[in-house]
Design a protein around this ligand. Structure first.
Ligand code: ATP
Ligand code: MG
Length: 305
């Protein structure tokens, strides 16, 4: 079973308007509502690939209940830690059909009280025991210590579980100290880790090597529509992105992370893992909705000669 940890999930609402005007009424033409947040996207993709998956994290209010019921409908088992008198974040994306411009409004999200963090650790530890791969991804809600991923990775490693980390900033830096099995920074996140604002392709092998020295077996660096590198032992593989009819590339990184986790679970060789993850990312790009892949498309791309 793959366990996805989603500490800061959100409800994504995309509202399409003809032309966005401030200070007046805007009538929405169409809305798309979906369970979101990086860990939630990972769990949705793993479920679409028909691998057993469980998700844990903090949930609150009506938005929290919506996310749990959507995940349930998609075959994701959930072990939520419920917060009282709070509300899971809703992110509103206003799509202006005339200009094609996107305006995003995010909510601050809940504050996690200390006793809920203790409850989370209890829940998460039980879930880790049942899992073979643990995926930690996304930002942290307020009240959560930035070394939470590090703590969870150390716990999972002690039990012999694989861990995949996809985060940024401090939670990523601290998490790396625990030596997760795999990480998937994008090129900007890799640049920030290495103190280089404009990292180039030619530096990736060296940067991946430096991270692997910290005990990370697989370093996968994604470079948007260009493709991705995967460094493992003395090998470095590059995989160009598949050419697909891309309609929304948000969440491609999450689909890639899900693909890496499934690759680890299935015991794929490094290049196959990268190819499979790249196929997941490409399939995600063909959907308007985030965190959605088509299993047949993924398999077709993966097996394409
Ligand atoms: N237009 C595209 N067509 C096909 N594949 C794409 C496209 N854009 C991205 N991808 C695939 O998705 C992978 C991950 O993309 P990217 O580097 O943008 O991740 P990310 O920045 O972590 O994204 P996010 O955090 O929004 O999920 C790339 O390595 C590539 O294989
Ligand atoms: Mg990402």
């Amino acid at each position: 079973m793959i366990l996805a940890v989603s500490l800061n999930p959100c409800l994504d609402r995309i509202v399409y308007v003809q032309e966005l005007k401030t200070g007046t009424l805007n009538r929405g033409q169409k809305i798309l509502v979906s369970a979101g947040g990086k860990g939630v996207n990972v769990a949705k993709v793993v479920a679409a690939l028909e691998e057993p998956v469980c998700l844990t994290g903090f949930f609150a209010g009506a938005a929290g209940r919506y996310i749990i019921s959507e995940l349930d409908g998609r075959g994701v088992r959930t072990k939520p830690v419920w917060l009282e008198n709070q509300e899971t974040r809703t992110t509103v994306n206003i799509m202006d059909l005339k200009t094609g411009k996107e305006t995003e409004i995010t909510e601050p999200g809940p504050l996690i009280p200390p006793q809920k963090i203790d409850e989370f650790f209890e829940t998460a530890k039980k879930a880790v025991e049942e899992a073979s791969v643990v995926v930690l991804s996304g930002s942290l809600p307020k009240g959560v210590d930035p070394d939470i991923y590090k703590t969870l990775i150390l716990f999972a490693k002690d039990l012999g579980k694989y861990t995949v980390l996809d985060a940024s900033g401090q939670p990523l830096e601290k998490g790396i100290e625990a030596g997760p099995t795999a990480i998937k920074p994008n090129v900007r996140e890799m640049g920030a880790l290495m103190g280089n604002e404009k990292p180039g392709k030619e530096q990736m092998a060296e940067y991946c090597g430096r991270l692997r020295e910290k005990g990370i077996s697989y370093v996968c660096v994604s470079m948007g529509s260009e493709g991705a590198f995967l460094s493992f032992e003395d090998q470095i593989h590059f995989m160009k992105a598949f050419s697909v009819n891309a309609v929304n590339t948000i969440g491609c990184g999450d689909a890639m992370t899900a693909g890496l986790a499934v690759g680890l679970q299935r015991g794929y060789k490094p290049f196959d893992m990268l190819r499979f993850a790249t196929a997941c990312a490409a399939s995600n790009a063909t959907f308007e909705e985030i965190g959605v892949v088509d299993k047949e498309t993924v398999e077709k791309l993966y097996l394409r000669p």
